[in-house]
Design a protein around this ligand. Structure first.
Ligand code: NAD
Length: 483
């Protein structure tokens, strides 16, 4: 199969925080892979901008190391790295002061797309936006990319939106949620809206319930201080899990186009019910064979921050009233797994009378092993009468479609190319983020007011036992957490 990579227009991409962890692990290796894939034109340039004093040669060495460590991908041939590095430049800059800005202005070229990636903490977003403006670095076509966390509650998110809106139009702001850049998430939309088969069944009449799981094996690691001020609800649910829920629950947009998609997602968020306290389970991991418990990791023996949360969520609209969405996420769980599962209702009547429940289950797996499967009931092959068996139907067709030797772009690669193309479909709009906080804030305020202490759970387990009960009360079970 011939690769269909279409090169983007020439651009100058400035990465504020170009020496940080995210730039090193994701952004720069991702850009290199797009370069190898032929998507970055020769005139493209990437300018690292961060606090460290270094020159362009030092930065190229730094980036080369990062790419060696975090992977070039199969399509990269020997020698390509040296070519890619020639496209890199570096400016030492102070986001809160004047140092470096004139230098940066001198390096920007006219007549190319200008994109500015804010890969720095949100406390610098306003400063960067302002200085880009005062130093005349932007024009109407310029874009900024902002990272999570986008606020820690409605008030702070509103303030960030205001800080950015003072200098940029909404059409220039790309709020990144890398979950939306995953191949399978887009495949979910293709499956839903590109087939006749699913949409008529995609409602509370036919869907029993939906599960969304993002399970991690890692603990808080070196991010303990940040994480302890945030917790699973703010760090994962308000953004990533909420976005996944929106894509599953939204009405078909009239076109696959930025505001049409985002309008539909916003309607879902606004239709979410407040969550009852007994529909929330919060947990905190205990020490395990391999490492410290949560409280040790964050160096606070009395921390009440949750490293796990499970919720039963209702969507009050015609399509979904009566179909619960169960969402859960946690650290230090048994396996790393992100999955959305749509469990269809049982048949009204089985003509086979084998006494077993057969439910169709559509599983959308984001990691590991991205892919979509549909569990269907068929006859067990061979003699012995009509014995039924449930088998997964692989709907990913990776073997049939994947050009040999070429990696599909990872989420960051795809999203950065979307920024250059000016396509906001897979980015969050300001009102969506605010609506998500409006739903999240009372949940957090509720458990703070009740003085709730998270339930301990064993590292390497599936989370607190109460989460099992959350579904058991409804005669349902979670999917097993396994890689
Ligand atoms: P980091 O601490 O590793 O790097 C911060 C970068 O910002 C450095 O390059 C530093 O030089 C620069 N910087 C800090 N203060 C500055 C100033 N006053 N002027 C100019 N530059 C300054 O952080 P990170 O892990 O790369 O994260 C960056 C952002 O991305 C954060 O908002 C973080 O929450 C978000 N994020 C990170 C990850 C990740 O995996 N690291 C994932 C999702 C989101």
């Amino acid at each position: 199969m011939v690769s269909r990579v279409i090169p983007v227009d020439p651009f100058d991409l400035v990465i504020f925080g170009g020496t940080g962890d995210l730039a090193r692990r994701k952004i720069l290796p991702g850009l290199f892979r797009r370069y190898c894939a032929g998507q970055m034109p020769d005139e493209a340039r990437v300018i690292g901008a961060a606090r460290s004093e270094m020159d362009t040669a030092d930065y190229r060495n730094f980036v080369a190391e990062a790419i060696r460590e975090f992977g070039g991908g199969r399509a990269c041939e020997d020698g390509t790295l040296a070519d890619f590095l020639k496209r890199l430049d570096y400016v030492a800059i102070d986001a809160k002061g004047e140092g470096g800005w004139r230098d940066l202005a001198k390096r920007m070229r006219p007549k190319v797309v200008r994109a500015f990636y804010f890969s720095v903490g949100p406390s610098l977003f306003g400063d960067l936006a302002e200085r880009l403006n005062t130093h005349g670095l932007t024009d109407d076509g310029s874009r900024i990319v902002v990272e999570k966390p986008f606020g820690r509650d409605l008030g702070t998110a509103r303030q960030l939106n205001r800080d950015l809106a003072a200098f940029f139009d909404e059409s220039q702001i790309y709020r990144i949620d890398h979950y939306l850049g995953k191949e399978t998430v887009q495949n979910l939309m293709a499956v839903r809206f590109g087939n006749m088969l699913f949409e008529p069944l995609w409602n509370s009449q036919y869907v029993d319930h939906i599960q969304i799981t993002v399970a991690e094996t890692v603990g808080v690691g070196g991010r303990g201080e940040y994480y302890d001020r945030s917790g699973a609800m703010r760090d994962m649910v308000q953004n990533h899990l909420m976005q996944l829920l929106c894509l599953i629950a939204m009405e078909p947009p009239s076109r696959f186009e930025h505001d049409a998609v985002r309008d539909e997602k916003l309607k879902v968020i606004r239709a979410l019910d407040p969550v009852e306290p007994h529909h929330i389970v919060r947990g905190q991991y205990e020490p395990g064979v391999e490492g410290a418990g949560y409280r040790e990791a964050v160096e606070d023996a009395r921390s009440r921050t949750e490293s796990y949360v499970a919720l039963k969520v209702g969507v009050s609209n015609w399509r979904w009233a009566g179909t619960p969405f169960y969402v859960r996420t946690g650290k230090r769980l048994r396996a790393r797994m992100s999955e959305i599962v749509v469990v269809f209702k049982e048949l009204n009547h089985s003509i086979f009378g084998d006494g077993k429940d057969h439910q169709n289950v559509l599983s959308i797996r984001l990691q590991p092993n991205e892919g979509i499967t549909l569990r269907v009931t068929i006859k067990e092959p061979g003699p012995g009468g009509m014995r039924l068996v449930d088998v997964p139907l692989d709907m990913t067709f990776a073997d049939a479609l994947g050009p040999e030797g070429e990696d599909p772009p990872d989420a960051y690669e795809r999203l950065i190319m979307d920024v250059i193309r000016g396509n906001q479909t897979l980015f969050m709009r300001g009102d969506e983020v605010e609506a998500a906080w409006s739903w999240t804030d009372p949940i957090i305020a509720g458990w703070e007011a009740r003085g709730e202490v998270p339930k301990p759970y064993m590292s390497g387990s599936e989370g607190p036992g109460d989460a099992v009960q959350l579904l058991a009360r409804d005669r349902r079970v979670w999917r097993e957490v396994k890689a």
